[in-house]
Design a protein around this ligand. Structure first.
Ligand SMILES: Cc1ncc(COP(=O)(O)O)c(C=O)c1O
Length: 385
């Protein structure tokens, strides 16, 4: 008898798995952490590298214009203003650039949440005192999240740093309603969209003052490929963390140009979004979300595991582990590494006092059996944890 709590196992996405060359002996259920680069994008980057090695002068002389052209292609795919978008190396750089340009003055505070990513929260804490909103992972919906955030504002809150989709709990936080409420209160919003390009139909948070996101996770781009989008009124304050030639050009070129860096990832990045489009972006999104939902439904049947509220369409799902499991960073790491070492299954285990969480992701290369195997072996690890 099929279990009605478990949706049917999604079948393989036509032409999907063959696009990747991941180790077939490993169940990669953690796409959200590092992404994976499909072969056509790897090949595009190889061609660019060969070009750079064949005639470095010609390659580097053309970099500013080629980067601008790649940026315009990406902007068109994401529905963004190309003048308000810059290539950057990663989400962490985006947080630092945005917070430097957010107009903080002595006495100002920054609001963050306890679902925020470590390096992003640290970027905030380096610049001003932070108020951390505790978002119970079991808050039922976006409205409850919004109320929790708004209730934590103080008269000194100048900037709010919010996840677009959170890493541990895989849910939408910076929805348009919350961003509008914060703007109406004069608060500058900085949105961490590390997971949204390639995963959400509208990856750039509408109404954010600053948004940054990785192309190297769900956008199929090579590592070191990310974006910073800045609303018009803030652009003139954005300064490179490491100014180089082109600094006088202003945003976005002043932020993008880094002399003799490796630009091949950025130049190959449009191939990742083009590939998603060719495969059928809506189909890819639906397939990946269905895989994550399948995995979550299997894990939810394990005694002691609690499913969490989720945002439909997100290709990652989190569940709470039993009390006493992964309560600290060290315990979470030990469980994650033990699972990987003994079973070759990779998932994110995140720490939390009272019981940490497990996150599974869905991507074109995943197979239903990988989630089934995880659900089979996890109870043994929880007994030993
Ligand atoms: C929500 C979130 N923000 C920021 C980051 C940091 O990304 P990067 O390592 O590209 O700076 C991550 C990485 O997993 C993330 O999940």
């Amino acid at each position: 008898m099929p279990d009605p709590s478990v949706p049917p196992a999604p079948s393989a996405f036509p032409g999907g798995p063959g696009l990747f060359r991941l180790d077939p002996g490993v169940a990669h259920l953690n796409h959200g952490s590092y992404g994976a680069v499909p072969l056509p994008v790897q090949e595009a980057q190889e061609v660019l590298r060969a070009e750079a090695h064949a005639d470095p002068d010609a390659f580097f002389n053309a970099v500013p214009e080629r980067v601008a052209a790649a940026r315009a292609r990406i902007a068109a795919r994401l529905g963004a203003d190309p003048d308000g978008l810059a290539f950057i190396a990663n989400a962490t750089e985006g947080a630092n650039l945005a917070l430097d340009a957010a107009g903080l003055a002595p006495g100002d505070e920054i609001l963050v949440t306890d679902h925020g990513y470590g390096t992003v929260v640290a970027a905030a804490a380096r610049r001003a005192p932070v108020t951390t909103v505790a978002l119970d992972p079991q808050l039922p919906d976006e409205h409850a999240v919004r109320e929790r955030v708004l209730a934590a504002l103080t008269p000194r809150t100048k900037v709010a740093v919010l996840d677009h989709v959170s890493s541990p709990t895989a849910r939408l936080i910076a929805g348009p309603g919350l961003l509008a409420e914060l703007s109406a209160r004069g608060i500058t919003t900085v949105v961490d969209g590390a997971h949204t390009p390639g995963m959400l139909a509208e990856p750039i948070a509408a109404g954010a003052d600053f948004w940054f996101g990785n192309l190297h996770k769900w956008g199929y781009a090579p590592s070191g490929t990310a974006l910073l989008a800045v609303a018009p009124g803030h652009r003139s304050r954005v300064r490179s963390l490491s100014p180089s030639w082109q600094d006088e050009e202003g945003f976005p070129r002043s932020v993008e140009y880094r002399a003799t860096a490796d630009y091949t990832g950025w130049l190959a990045a449009p191939e990742g979004l083009d590939l998603i489009e060719r495969l059928g972006a809506a189909d890819v999104r639906a397939h990946n979300a269905a895989l994550a939902a399948y995995g979550a439904a299997l894990l939810a049947r394990i005694p002691g595991i609690t499913p969490l509220p989720y945002t439909p369409g997100v290709a990652m799902r989190s569940l709470l582990l039993p009390p006493g499991t992964a309560e600290t960073q060290d315990e979470a790491r030990a469980l994650r590494e033990g699972l990987a070492a003994k079973t070759r299954i990779r998932v994110l285990i995140w720490p939390r006092p009272g019981g940490g969480g497990i996150r599974v992701c869905g991507q074109l290369y995943n197979r239903a059996e990988e989630y089934e195997r995880l659900a089979e072996v996890l109870p043994g690890f929880l007994r030993d944890a």
